[in-house]
Write a protein that binds this ligand. Sequence first.
Ligand code: SF4
Length: 295
Amino acid sequence: MVYYLNEIESKNLLKNLRPLTRKVGVSEDLRGWNWNRTPLSPYRPVLLPMYLICSNYCPTSRDLYLKRVEKRRGEWNHPLSLGKVIHDTVARAYTLAREGEFDVPFDDWYRMQRYEDYMKGNLPLIQTYARMVYDYILSQARSQFNVAMSSHPFSAKRDMLLASVPFLVEHTINGELLGCSSVLSIDCYDYLHNIIFDLKVGGNRDETHRLQPAGYALVFESIYEIPVDIGGTVYLWFQNNQLIARKDLFPIGDHLRSWWLEMRDRRAELVHEERDPGMPAECPPSCIYRSVCGV
Ligand code: SF4
């Protein structure tokens, strides 16, 4: 799977999500191309990265204050290291697949990243997991490519690669029109299904995870003026040495768009006012600012 839809997801997309988005639609005021008017136009001169608008791991958003007002850095820990390596690996594997390079060894590339110079955590385990993801993606992409070639034997290889690996990974886009950073990186845009995906490493589903694809859809609309009505969160995790992947596919409708705008405005306000929101009653064990906050 990863970014490919399985049989059930395809049926859900075609029989439920697409008809629903066509029927319900999206209010014109909430399309990204109307970035220059209310409610989309940012009312504070603050540009934020998407993860700081959408993240919910600090209950009071003190992570945002520390990062943007006090310019503090968090510390690497195992979950952060695992997340970064898996994102890099997924991007690397799909980039190779899109070029038809299905047999490039993993180890040379991994060594060149020099993760051990700055990351913390169980690095041998992270490397093992990364190799699993890499092999999985390339073998699946190769299989999809072979199916495409055998179905269209007279087509050009390049055409079949574009059709069988239809993913722009780590697609760079400018979010300034909507109060986001000038360099945003979308985990994946599936251009055949017109879906924006966000990748999460871990199996815990959370409604707030839908915010990030919604934010990227708005930015995408602001730049390309193409409607994006469906988003997806891909969850990857590891259990008993097995890679597990699940997807949450959902419409990017008015409710989600309004929620994202509310989050953007609230967080831009916090940064603009340079207001320390204080400590929550409880801090998650994986927070990268624990030593900064003294917990
Ligand atoms: S340690 Fe607690 S207060 Fe500080 S950023 Fe993390 S969750 Fe927020």
